[in-house]
Design a protein around this ligand. Structure first.
Ligand SMILES: C[S@@+](CC[C@H](N)C(=O)[O-])C[C@H]1O[C@@H](n2cnc3c(N)ncnc32)[C@H](O)[C@@H]1O
Length: 202
């Protein structure tokens, strides 16, 4: 190693100390400025809160919900350490079909690797509408969920899958994206463009 180089922390340790193990596509959205003016952030299906670490550290007004009590306890612990002024009631055990927050009360909803746990179209729709309800005008809805897009021919009979039905919908591949002119691509999603979707059986 060049002895003239200053002693730096390992890049991986430095980035992890700020961002934890954040979802890479959410990281991309932060870099693109989507959170520059969106300071109230709800993580729906927050799990252990890996996607909240940066927002907690940087003083965002964070909220989280998960049906797993131990996960919420963990996130409350994180919040107490990283953002002690936040009320712990911001992190709730519950189903995101019935979010306990007011209409239009957050600027961004993150729903990473959780929506695909909906067992059918009706609960999927209720989850989506519930998250949409709490989102403020010009809010950002970030969803990452498993889908079968590109795998249609390998779907087993009886399965169901979800397709976006218009060009402005966040959705189904593994990131915040839409069906743009050049195929599936990341794009800015705002509350002014409500989500629509359809589910088709195989
Ligand atoms: C695969 S984990 C993802 C956790 C976190 N979003 C992440 O990206 O690390 C899915 C989480 O969604 C939660 N979950 C699934 N369905 C839910 C629902 N209807 N209401 C609340 N939480 C739900 C699970 O308890 C679990 O913690």
């Amino acid at each position: 190693m060049d002895p003239a180089l200053p002693l730096l922390p390992l890049p991986s340790a430095e980035v992890r100390s700020w961002f934890g193990e954040i979802d890479i596509y959410l990281f991309d959205q932060i870099i693109k400025g989507r959170f520059d003016r969106r300071r109230r952030v709800l993580d729906a299906g927050c799990g252990d809160g890996r996607n909240l670490i940066y927002f907690l550290r940087r003083g965002f007004s964070c909220f989280g919900v998960d049906q797993d009590r131990s996960a919420v306890e963990h996130v409350r612990g994180l919040a107490a350490t990283l953002s002690p002024e936040l009320p712990l009631q911001n992190f709730q055990v519950g189903d995101f079909e019935h979010l306990p927050w007011d209409d239009h009360s957050v600027d961004a909803v993150i729903c990473s690797a959780a929506l695909h746990f909906a067992v059918d179209e009706a609960p999927f729709g209720r989850m989506l509408q519930s998250m949409w309800r709490v989102l403020a005008p010009d809010g950002l809805f970030f969803a990452r969920l498993a889908s079968s897009i590109g795998l249609e021919s390998r779907i087993q009979r009886g399965a169901a899958w979800i397709f976006p039905t218009d060009r402005n919908v966040s959705s189904s591949t593994s990131r915040c994206c839409c069906n743009g002119p050049s195929g599936w691509e990341p794009r800015r999603l705002t509350r002014s463009r409500p989500p629509t979707y359809s589910i088709r059986g195989a």
